[in-house]
Write a protein that binds this ligand. Structure first.
Ligand code: F6P
Length: 366
């Protein structure tokens, strides 16, 4: 198969490092003598009635973007070709399969291959399109670090740094006011961001989805610190953590937006419980999308550039239906279906959890 024109797109929530991947794909493809196109807003740019276009990307378009957050081609988490949210006249939204249109538009633009940069949702889509004959290569993106097979996703370490900086700052205000500060970080159903930022930022309690917690144990840790004359505590809560036997706290999703469910709100719940049970003055904050913004840290830039270059090698080798994965010390292609089989959770018997326990950090269990 001769490659002449390739496309790339970014899907799902943005993550620091997307632009670095785009730069590496564009420069790598130009080096091969191919033309490169960006499909704007996920797959939206392929549909005439949706915002966005298919735009040519040249050297000048990717100049000076390695360090820039966001994505120059736009993204969406409402752009699943197999379940495209379509507003009806009555204000409701129905999901329609538009995958055939997408495949036809891809051919009409005379595109030979797609580099799909995304998290599990976007890579599921790429996998399904690949099954239908679209030559696709996936690049694993998510601040949550919850994709299987790859030992890291780009964006994760930047999110960890942002959360760590925030926890560092909370220490002085918590100590000055002798308060408990509860900080909620992202991560969906995995606790990677909470564990790493909680460790790096010296949180006293870390709550993660992989270890259901008992609020009494959390309060005991705070009380034990009080007895030792430490009158403040920092509690780092993953948004997807759950009390033993309880459910994930969800935000209300506005009707008719076609949005997926949104996780969030546990920090405030935990703070209320702590205040009620310990009588300590307690405050909570949600770091939210700050964790997705800004310049990628150096390691994320390098990983993103390596992933982009590896994706181009896959296209050149005709290695389709694959995802590039970090398998230290190398980046190598793995079947997309294999990568998507099992999400990557924090191993509760792993050394990072053991290190936290050895430091006296409570997970609100045992
Ligand atoms: O998957 C990345 C992520 O940032 C999660 O950590 C978070 O739950 C979710 O996306 C938020 O997505 P949205 O962009 O819909 O607010």
């Amino acid at each position: 198969m001769t490659i002449r024109r390739i496309a790339l797109n970014t899907g799902g929530g943005d993550a620091p490092g997307l632009n670095a991947v785009i730069r590496a794909v564009v420069l790598g493809a130009l080096h091969e003598g191919w033309e490169v196109f960006g499909i704007e807003n996920g797959y939206g740019g392929l549909l005439p009635d949706e915002a966005g276009e298919v735009v040519a990307l040249g050297r000048a378009d990717v100049r000076g973007i390695t360090h820039r957050g966001g994505t120059i081609v736009g993204t969406t988490n409402r752009g699943n070709p197999f379940a495209w949210p379509t507003p009806g006249r009555d204000g409701t939204t129905t999901e329609i399969d538009r995958s055939e249109e997408i495949l036809e538009a891809f051919s009409a633009h005379e595109l030979d291959a797609l580099v799909a940069i995304g998290g599990d949702g976007s890579l599921q889509i790429a996998c399904e399109l690949a099954r239908r004959g679209l030559p696709a290569v996936g690049v694993p993106k998510t601040i949550d670090n919850d994709l299987g097979v790859t030992s890291l996703t780009f964006g994760f370490l930047t999110a960890v740094q942002t959360a760590t900086d925030a926890i560092d700052k909370l220490h002085s205000t918590a100590e000055s006011h002798q308060r408990v500060m509860v900080v909620e970080v992202m991560g969906r159903h995995s606790g990677w961001i909470a564990l790493f930022s909680g460790l790096a930022g010296s949180a006293h309690v870390i709550l993660i989805p992989e270890i259901p917690f008992d609020i009494e144990r959390v309060c005991e840790k705070i009380a034990e610190r009080e007895r030792r004359g430490r009158h403040f505590s920092i509690v780092c809560v993953a948004e997807g953590a759950t009390p033993i036997g309880g459910d994930v706290v969800m935000k209300t999703v506005p009707r008719g937006t076609g949005d997926q469910v949104r996780i969030g709100g546990l920090g405030a719940v935990v703070a209320r419980e702590i205040a009620d049970r310990t009588g300590k003055e307690t405050r909570s904050l949600v770091l939210g999308h700050l964790q997705r913004g800004g310049a990628p840290v150096a390691y994320d830039r390098v990983l993103a550039l390596r992933f982009g270059a590896a994706a181009v090698r896959c296209v050149a080798n005709g290695d389709f239906g694959k995802m590039v994965a970090l398998d230290p010390p190398d980046v190598r292609p793995v079947p997309l279906a294999e990568a998507l089989k099992t999400p990557k959770f924090v191993p509760i018997e792993g050394d990072a959890v053991a290190a936290a326990r050895a430091l006296g950090i409570s997970f609100g269990d045992g």
